[in-house]
Design a binder for this molecule. Structure first.
Ligand SMILES: Nc1nc2c(ncn2[C@@H]2O[C@H](COP(=O)(O)OP(=O)(O)OP(=O)(O)O)[C@@H](O)[C@H]2O)c(=O)[nH]1
Length: 498
């Protein structure tokens, strides 16, 4: 905070002597009240977009099973009635329009820990799921670990009651035939279960390897290498579990059933016995490990955002892309007369009576963008996901002896940058927007441009005055719908520069 005006030193000294604060006479002004400081606050647009993020996720630990015996007057020895521990919470990525980039994410995320089983055969609370919201167009690369689930659009409400976090229910297995019963809440193959429960420690166990389609089983050895494009989230509401919570430990009810009746249980029992014979103490430890819940799965992911839009506006800095996006849609991107006003892709929705398309204003590309010049190749990848390219050129650039790149050179450089970034990137349906038609000499420039560039349609536009925008909308609509006969990409050989 500041004092509202300059305070004389003499007054300050007298205040100190009298031990009274100076703001009694000179009222204080807080930073936020000061107008000069208000202007300094960076607008949202100027915060750099976070479109790459490394995330470490771990499922919550499973709860321990309860050892408890219920005795009564008629039953001296009692019956086991300890319930299983709950399942740990999952870490889930959910795709939503509500977030734009990864700036809201924490680098380390852990699912909620599950509750312990209790007497009367009650399962412990299910650990709370951590749902992380990611933008539409998120691509997942896997650096370490496995992703336990396929992408799903199911609502979490479809889960069984004992799968919902925070619910304490009676063990449904207690009503089942012991033959059918499986410990925990997921189906586990008997063979694996015996390994899981009796030999392995919680971390060594792979409870989730239940026959799901998993592409990564083959390259277990290359676990340190990044596996690219493991999954993509492209629709609102899509979910993927990236780390599954650990299974709960067995309560005394399940543990006893475990050792009774089934073929599988026999193996388990004999193993336990032999362990007990070998070393009584070690045997105890193994029994304890049956009761304790397992750890959740872990994964290190690299999240990458590739915007999805029907149309991508590409052009050199200052060509007027943001102004055009504003003219085409209701989006209000930041416009400035200096290069690199746009620091992140802006999306706008262009609607007609029966038609709607998304248009992305990609930050300006310059020669050498593929080598990370200008805003670098970060934004080139946003172009990968667009269906149609609209090359926006500044017709006034280099006119009247001013410094600048001619429109056909702008086009050549743009196509080359796209191709350097990814071969064939410029092949998709394209059109050219000849912007700034209101400038002196723009008409002649347009004629020359039409003479020099062939193969794609050119739309003369004045984005500031919104002239030619309706025709451009129709052109884009045709390309997006695929109605146009001539829907080719802009080719280098069709641009005559000399
Ligand atoms: N005369 C004229 N100026 C325009 C027109 N369209 C845009 N401009 C101006 O050109 C300048 C750059 O406009 P922007 O829309 O920010 O350009 P951009 O291509 O988004 O620029 P970057 O954010 O750097 O990529 C601004 O001063 C606009 O007012 C037009 O049709 N005619």
């Amino acid at each position: 905070m500041w004092l509202s005006r300059a305070v004389p030193v003499r007054y300050l000294r007298s205040c100190r002597r009298a031990q009274k604060p100076p703001w009694m006479k000179y009222p204080v002004v807080f930073y936020s009240d000061s107008t000069e400081n208000k202007e300094k606050v960076a607008p949202m647009q100027e915060t750099r977009m976070r479109d790459r993020f490394t995330l470490y996720a771990r499922g919550g630990e499973g709860g321990s099973g309860c050892s408890s015996v219920r005795r009564s007057r008629t039953d001296r020895y009692g019956k086991p009635d300890g319930g299983n521990g709950g399942r740990g919470g999952d870490v889930i990525l959910e795709c939503t329009h509500a977030v734009w980039d990864f700036s809201g994410l924490q680098p380390h995320v852990k699912g909620g820990k599950a509750g312990q089983g209790t007497s009367k055969n009650r399962i412990g609370n299910r650990g709370e799921d951590k749902v992380l919201h990611v933008p539409i167009g998120t691509v997942i690369h896997l650096q370490e670990g496995e992703i336990p689930s396929q992408i799903q659009i199911d609502s979490p409400k479809d889960l069984d009651p004992w799968d919902l976090p925070g619910t304490l229910v009676d063990d449904p297995a207690s009503e089942q035939n012991p033959e059918e019963m499986t410990p925990g809440s997921v189906e586990v193959e008997p063979e694996k279960e015996s390994v899981a429960r009796h030999i392995g420690t919680a971390k060594e166990v792979d409870f989730e390897d239940d026959g799901r389609d998993n592409d990564f089983d083959d390259d277990e050895g290359d676990i340190d290498q990044v596996r690219y494009n493991v999954a993509e989230l492209t629709e609102q509401g899509q979910r993927i579990i990236i780390a599954r919570g650990g299974e709960g430990g067995l309560g005394s009810v399940s543990a006893t059933r475990y050792l009774r009746g089934t073929k599988f249980a026999k193996t388990a029992r004999s193993k336990l016995r032999s362990m007990e014979e070998d070393d009584a103490e070690d045997g105890d430890n193994e029994l304890t490990s049956i009761k304790s819940g397992s750890l959740g799965s872990e994964a290190v992911l690299i999240l990458e955002l590739k915007s999805i839009a029907d149309v991508g506006l590409v052009g050199m800095p200052n060509a007027g892309k943001s102004t055009l996006l504003g003219a085409l849609s209701r989006a209000k991107p930041r416009v400035g007369h200096y290069a690199f006003t746009t620091l992140r892709p802006n999306l706008g929705n262009v609607t007609d009576e029966d038609f709607s398309m998304t248009v992305a204003d990609i930050p300006g590309l310059i020669k050498g963008a593929h080598q990370n010049r200008g805003l670098g190749h970060n934004f080139l990848r946003h172009i990968e996901r667009t269906k149609v390219l609209a090359y926006v050129v500044d017709l006034a650039s280099g006119l009247d002896g001013c410094k600048g790149v001619t429109p056909w050179e702008q086009l050549r450089d743009l196509v080359m940058e796209l191709e350097y970034h990814e071969e064939g990137l410029s092949d998709r349906s394209s059109l050219i927007v000849a912007n700034k038609m209101d400038e002196n000499g723009a008409e002649e420039r347009l004629k020359e441009l039409e003479r020099r560039v062939k193969g794609v349609r050119i739309y003369p536009v004045c984005a500031v005055l919104e002239e030619g925008v309706a025709e451009l909308k129709d052109g884009l609509k045709m390309l997006v719908n695929g109605d146009c006969e001539q829907s080719e990409g802009l080719k280098l050989e069709n641009i005559c520069v000399d």
